[in-house]
Design a protein around this ligand. Structure first.
Ligand code: FE2
Ligand code: FE2
Length: 330
């Protein structure tokens, strides 16, 4: 909707005629105060304001300043019959006008200015709505993330004291490998979250199984153990927006040659985040088992020996680089 303000009825009449065949809704006011009344009632609908500068009681600039309270985002223009630089500057700086139109105006120019102002208003409006959507989404994500971490990470702490340390170091190694690969910040954040939660499904097992070395398990214990990636996925999936992360968790025990679980995926079919976490997870466990006495190079050789069977050969040099940096001096 376009609002024209002018104290001369003649001017408003010719504007009415000019815009009669245009597809815009047009409203008119003969003074600043009646225009403000109109804005108080319908300010949200007004997209463009065009006001005369020289009016009794309230000047165009004064009106524009006060109109900001009711229609803060409307595009404003001021018309004036005489060219007073200071008046124009005030209308622009204080009144928020984006353009000055000199009287008498050229009809084609007037239509063009109004059309331009309308597109500008609609473009800005779209920008504002899009930005707001992004902010809302970010807020949602944050809420979900903290809800998840508050509830689930605390759960890891209580039931498996060793688990949090393992998760934290696996996450650090995984992100390091991702950085070395040149992954995007979004992917890195997903990998970090998935790595922190990768073994959360172990919480569904009884603690004697969860804390056991898989190599010492009976067949039925091992069958239970093998369910932990899927259990983890379904725990994480209950939180909206975390499906990608849940999927990475599901596949963190898949092997490059297809001999892993739960789905026996191979090579490129394994999500990249899962392959990275699988490698980081193993390195962390091997470092923990070997203690301080075994040199880093020995552990790296042991893990690298499983390249092509358990691990993607392309990831190995990145893992070596990150490990040499993280475990420097060992
Ligand atoms: Fe695991
Ligand atoms: Fe693990």
């Amino acid at each position: 909707m376009i609002l024209f303000v002018d104290d001369e009825e003649q001017v408003l009449l010719s504007l009415k005629r000019l815009f009669r065949s245009e597809p815009y809704e047009v409203v008119f006011a003969t003074s600043g105060s009646s225009a403000l009344e109109l804005l108080a009632a319908r300010g949200e609908e007004v997209e463009v304001i065009v006001t005369d500068q020289r009016m009794p009681n309230m000047t165009g600039t004064e009106f524009l300043i006060r109109s900001q309270e009711f229609a803060p985002t409307a595009v404003r223009m001021v018309m004036t019959g005489y060219s007073d630089i200071q008046v124009t500057i005030d209308a622009i700086n204080k009144g928020g006008a984006t353009r000055y139109i000199s009287k008498p105006w050229d009809n084609q120019e007037m239509l063009g200015y109004v059309q331009e102002a309308l597109s500008r208003f609609r473009h800005d409006l779209k920008l504002r709505t899009d930005l707001q959507k992004v902010h809302e989404q970010q807020r949602h994500h944050q809420q979900h993330f903290s809800a998840l971490f508050g509830a689930l990470a605390g759960f890891i702490d209580l039931s498996l004291p060793e688990a949090r340390r393992h998760a934290a170091i696996t996450a650090k190694l995984s992100v390091g490998i991702g950085v070395s690969l040149g992954l995007s910040p979004t992917d890195l954040e997903k990998i970090r979250m998935a790595a922190l939660l990768h073994d959360i499904g172990l919480n569904t097992l009884s603690s004697d199984v969860a804390e056991m070395d898989p190599l010492c398990m009976t067949d039925s214990q091992f069958a239970l153990y093998r369910s932990h990636p899927v259990m983890g996925q379904s725990m994480i999936e209950t939180v909206e927006h975390l499906h990608d992360i849940a999927l990475i968790v599901r596949h963190h025990h898949e092997y490059f040659d297809g001999s892993g679980f739960p789905d026996g995926l191979a090579a490129e079919a394994i999500p990249q985040g899962s392959a990275i976490i699988c490698l980081a997870d193993t390195l962390e466990s091997e470092m923990e088992i070997s203690g301080d006495k075994v040199p880093l190079q020995k552990v790296l050789e042991k893990v690298s020996a499983r390249s092509g069977t358990e691990f993607d050969p392309q990831l190995i040099p990145h893992m070596v680089r990150v490990a040499e940096d993280m475990y420097r001096g060992r």
